[in-house]
Design a protein around this ligand. Structure first.
Ligand code: SF4
Ligand code: SF4
Length: 204
């Protein structure tokens, strides 16, 4: 019979805690599980994992669960949890770190479309410092189509998704939210420097 008592195994938990703390810049060890963060998380109900629970997973060394759960992929980075936290722990940054570690470990994401969205967004931002909607949707659709076909989804699923996005594109155009010009930010070198720093700190 399995025990309901949580097990703390330092040899499992220490490497994960250290990696997440150093890459996210957040002091997870300051968390005393007051759950003020959980009360305000807008996606906590649908993810089944709240920020406090995520931190507990990391502290206990539950690597697989911590790297691939719905909160990691559905966090909208609203920073409500961090604003409410008496110890200023920003779970949005922890989630971003877990996404990166999960990708580096080639773990199949629970929500592949969110993962593709994240990849394309970062790729464009690192090149131009901003995202152009048309280029973004083109690259994102290519990624999704490739994945859909690889997993036997068929051309119909690909076409349906493209149709939906075309409708969204038209609605954005009507509201003048679609930009055709590919602009770069003025100080692109600063953005590139930040990306390089993050990469170097991640050891890659
Ligand atoms: S509010 Fe801060 S200290 Fe409290 S459980 Fe959440 S992360 Fe931990
Ligand atoms: S930043 Fe993410 S984890 Fe924190 S409250 Fe917002 S959605 Fe929830």
């Amino acid at each position: 019979m399995s025990s309901s008592v949580l097990q703390f195994e330092p040899e499992l938990s220490q490497p994960l805690i250290q990696e997440v703390m150093s890459r996210s810049g957040q002091n997870l060890l300051a968390c005393y599980q007051c759950r003020r963060c959980a009360a305000g998380c807008p996606v906590g109900d649908e993810t089944g994992v709240t920020p406090d629970r995520l931190i507990r997973m990391i502290i206990l060394g539950e690597r697989e669960e911590a790297l691939n759960n719905l909160l990691v992929w559905k966090c909208v980075a609203c920073y409500t949890c961090g604003t409410r936290c008496p110890n200023n722990i920003q779970t949005a940054r922890i989630n971003e770190t877990l996404k990166q570690i999960s990708k580096e470990a080639h773990i199949e994401p629970l929500l592949p479309k969110v993962s593709a969205f994240h990849d394309v967004f970062l790729r464009l931002t690192s090149h131009f410092g901003r995202v152009n909607e048309l280029v973004f949707i083109g690259l994102y659709e290519m990624r999704n189509a490739k994945r859909e076909l690889k997993h036997g989804g068929g051309w119909k699923a690909v076409a349906d998704e493209m149709k939906n996005h075309a409708k969204l594109g038209i609605s954005m155009m009507k509201k003048k939210r679609m930009h055709f010009q590919l602009n770069r930010v003025k100080r692109l070198s600063e953005i590139k420097r930040l990306f390089k720093k993050a990469k170097d700190e991640a050891g890659g």
